[in-house]
Design a protein around this ligand. Structure first.
Ligand SMILES: [Zn+2]
Length: 54
């Protein structure tokens, strides 16, 4: 019985990880602006050096 409970917990954790990965956090390498969506160019300075921080 406890095995099924563990599987349920794992599935719940996995769902949370998926939800987190679709949001994510991005940061401009040039000016340090934080974004929650991936941009082609930084909305602050226009740099293309966007990197994912999480
Ligand atoms: Zn920038």
């Amino acid at each position: 019985m406890s095995l099924f409970r563990d599987l349920g917990k794992k599935a719940e954790k996995f769902k949370q990880q998926v939800a987190a990965s679709t949001e994510g956090t991005y940061e401009c390498d040039d000016c340090g602006a934080e974004m929650h969506t991936e941009y082609e160019e930084c909305p602050e300075c226009g740099s293309e050096a966007i990197r994912r921080t999480e």
